[in-house]
Design a protein around this ligand. Structure first.
Ligand code: 5GP
Length: 173
């Protein structure tokens, strides 16, 4: 067990309160990066007491292995423009940083008023691209984690807790 659902939810509530304070008086667009952040974004949004829109962006960054290549494919784009909006990108985990860096650059080309990044997890040991995380849940060691939306070969996303996958199960890593 890495993080229990209780521990995660209490941190998510804190992040929601901080975001509510920081964006007071503004409208927010949350961009939930699929698939990994769907659970986090759902919990976080319910702790933000502001008018907000939720958009989904489908990304595939890993291909068939578990190592980020930096080649990011958009599998589902936003359904509305974000010009002039205050955008908060909600990511499950920043690992190499390649995916988030690509995504922040892409969204910036659409002329939002602001773009910030909120990530549940950060693995600094594996950083390849420096990414500023405005709102961070937890910093973790270099291990492959599943649960709370995160998968291994599309399994385990529904687990309420975050767990480390046992050595040997990530032979493609
Ligand atoms: P990055 O481009 O930062 O290397 O990778 C980001 C993406 O890789 C995350 O959004 C996530 O989908 C996936 N990823 C990175 N580390 C892990 C991990 O430990 N577990 C799972 N399930 N996915 C991970």
């Amino acid at each position: 067990m890495l993080l229990t659902s209780e521990r995660i939810l209490s941190r998510v509530a804190e992040l929601g309160e901080q975001i509510t304070r920081d964006y007071a008086g503004r409208r927010l667009v949350i961009v939930c990066v699929l698939k990994g952040s769907f659970v986090f974004a759902a919990d976080l949004a319910r702790h933000i007491a502001l008018p907000l829109r939720i958009e989904f962006l489908g990304l595939r960054s890993y291909g068939s292995g578990t190592e980020s290549t930096g080649v990011v494919q958009i599998t589902q784009d936003l359904t509305t423009p974000i010009r002039g909006d205050d955008v908060l990108v909600v990511e499950d985990i920043v690992d190499s940083g390649l995916t988030s860096a690509y995504l922040l650059e892409l969204l910036a080309t659409r002329s939002p008023n602001s773009v910030r990044l909120c990530a549940l997890l950060h693995k600094p040991a594996r950083a390849k691209e420096p990414v500023h995380i405005d709102y961070l849940g937890f910093t973790i060691e270099d291990a492959f984690v599943v649960g709370y939306g995160l998968d291994h070969a599309q399994n385990y996303r529904h687990l309420p807790d975050l767990m480390v996958v046992a050595e040997g199960e990530t032979t493609r890593r």
